[in-house]
Design a protein around this ligand. Structure first.
Ligand SMILES: NC(=O)c1ccc[n+]([C@@H]2O[C@H](COP(=O)([O-])OP(=O)(O)OC[C@H]3O[C@@H](n4cnc5c(N)ncnc54)[C@H](O)[C@@H]3O)[C@@H](O)[C@H]2O)c1
Length: 282
């Protein structure tokens, strides 16, 4: 099956990046949001990223215009009827994702593959909201999507070989290195990375060190591009909290139990870059 038009549900941190890379690879993209205001904010963020690429001489102004012309924003899910593949990048909540997938299942043609960008949630559970669980899989992009080369693809026990093969070729066509893993809590990256991030919060919570010093240990000592607390601010503390809670729920392994400090920061709206305050001020 040839993918020509890609749908993206949600134009937040990840949805905007996914929309951009798909449009840059030549696909027509339809991206949806909950209202015009949020949609406009998401589309402006794509415009801003592309403008920076023009300023740096990485793409021409004509390239930028061509990419933007391939993107159509909408607040009407019915527009996804034109898509061969839809990638959901809505918040990390199972009931919300199931409701989105149930709607997509009704709206999209029979051949359409439905993918979730979930960081940790079960693809089999999400797929159970549709009548096509064999055409449902995880496409877990990394943040920032235009920069990160990896695409972690997740197949549930119901996902067909054809769905995996088509989506893998699609992932490679947008310049990603694709790895395929099983539908187990945290997949590969978050199974390993979540406990690392939570341990960094525990170090701050215990008063062992301030965020700057924790991060410096990893940037200066381990060659990381960014320390764990700056990374938490980049991802969004709410997103990591939801992800860690979901892994903990399934595995009951205390290494995934969210620290109290993190719960309090999320309750206070200190979600990181997206709200201007997290472990750092923005
Ligand atoms: N932030 C990261 O670094 C990261 C990395 C990998 C995967 N993820 C996963 O990607 C998904 C999205 O995360 P994010 O960080 O982009 O979140 P975000 O909060 O930045 O964006 C989510 C967007 O979805 C929109 N939305 C909510 N309901 C919707 C609906 N019914 N239809 C259309 N849009 C809707 C919201 O308005 C919001 O703009 C989550 O599942 C998350 O776990 C996030």
């Amino acid at each position: 099956m040839e993918i020509k038009t890609v749908g993206v549900v949600g134009c937040g941190i990840m949805g905007s990046g996914i929309t951009q890379v798909c449009a840059q690879a030549g696909y027509q993209v339809i991206v949806s949001e909950i209202n015009d205001q949020v949609l406009s904010k998401g589309l402006k963020s794509i415009d801003a990223v592309l403008s920076r690429s023009v300023d740096k001489g990485k793409i021409s102004p004509q390239d930028k215009d061509a990419v933007l012309a391939r993107i159509k924003g909408t607040t009407n899910m019915a527009d996804f009827a034109a898509c061969d593949l839809v990638i959901e990048a809505a918040p990390e909540e199972m009931e919300l994702k199931k409701s989105v997938f149930a709607q997509l299942d009704k709206i999209c043609p029979k051949h359409t593959i439905l993918a979730s960008n979930t960081s940790v949630l079960s693809i089999a559970d999400i797929g159970s909201a549709t009548a096509r669980p064999d055409q449902v899989l995880g496409t877990h992009f990394s943040n920032p999507v235009p920069v990160a080369k990896i695409l972690e693809m997740v197949r549930s026990i119901a996902t067909s070989d054809a769905t995996v093969a088509t989506t893998k070729s699609f992932g490679e066509s947008i310049g990603k290195t694709v790895v395929v893993c099983k539908d187990m809590p945290g997949f590969i990256s978050n199974r390993i990375f979540t406990s690392f991030l939570l341990n960094a919060v525990r170090v701050v919570e215990a008063g062992i060190a301030v965020p700057e010093d924790v991060d410096t240990v990893f940037t200066m000592g381990a060659g990381h591009a960014m320390g764990p607390l700056a990374t938490l601010d980049l991802i969004g503390l709410d997103t990591v909290l939801k992800g860690a809670s979901a892994i903990y729920e399934e595995l009951k392994d205390p290494q995934y139990a969210p620290p109290t400090l993190m719960r309090r920061m999320v309750a206070a709206g200190w979600l990181g870059r997206k709200t201007g305050k997290g472990f750092y001020q923005y």
